[in-house]
Design a protein around this ligand. Sequence first.
Ligand code: AR6
Length: 187
Amino acid sequence: MKVKIGSTTLSLVVGDITEADTQAIVNAANSSLMGGLGVDGAIHSKGGPSILEECKEIRKTLYPDGLPTGEAIITSGGNLKAKYVIHTVGPICSGVMTEKEKKLLSNAYRNSLSIAKKYNIKSISFPSISTGAYRCNKKEASKVALNTVINFIKENPDWFEEIRFVLFTEDIYQIYKQSLEEILNVS
Ligand code: AR6
C-alpha cells in the first residue's frame, strides 16, 4: 500500500528490512546496542561486524549506561544496501499499551526521523518496533507508529521522498494497512 502525503510517499510492504534499498533502515535494538534476536540480529548478521564496532564506540563515548528507551543513534550500514542504520529502542510492554509506553514508542520513531534529517537522509525504512520480543499490542503500536510518522511528514513537508514500513509477515502488514486506512479516513 502506498499513499502520498505532500511530496512524501508513505509505503507499507511485506519483506525483510535487511534487503531494503532506502538510504537508511531503522533497527529495533535494545539499550545495550550490542545486538540481539529478531530484526536486530538480522541487521547485525547481514550488515557485518563494523556496525557492532561503531555501536561499541558510541556506547563508550556517548552512552556508557546504554541508549535510553525512545532515543536513537546512527551508524553506517556496513554490508547492507542501506548506507546507514539508525538504532532505536522501543518500550517493553505487557499487552495493552499504557500512555507512557505509547509516548516512548512515538519518541523512538520521531527521534529516528530527526536523526535521519540531520544526516540528509531522504528515504528510510522502519520495522514494526516493539511488536516482537517487546510484546506491545500490534494494533496500538501500528497506530502510534503511523500517526507519529504522518505528523513528522506534516511538520517537515518536502523533506522525505519515502518513508517505508517493511513488515515481516502478512499478518502484521494487514494490521498496519487497516490502521493507515482508519487514520486517513478520519483526517
Ligand atoms: N525485517 C523486518 N522485520 C523483521 C525482521 C526483518 N528481517 N525480523 C523480525 N522482524 P523484534 P522488538 C519483525 O523482536 O519487539 C531484539 O532481540 C518482527 O516480526 O525484532 O522491538 C532486540 O535486541 C516484529 O514484527 O523487536 C531487543 O532486545 C518486529 O520486527 C528486542 O528484540 C519487531 O520484533 C526488541 O524487540
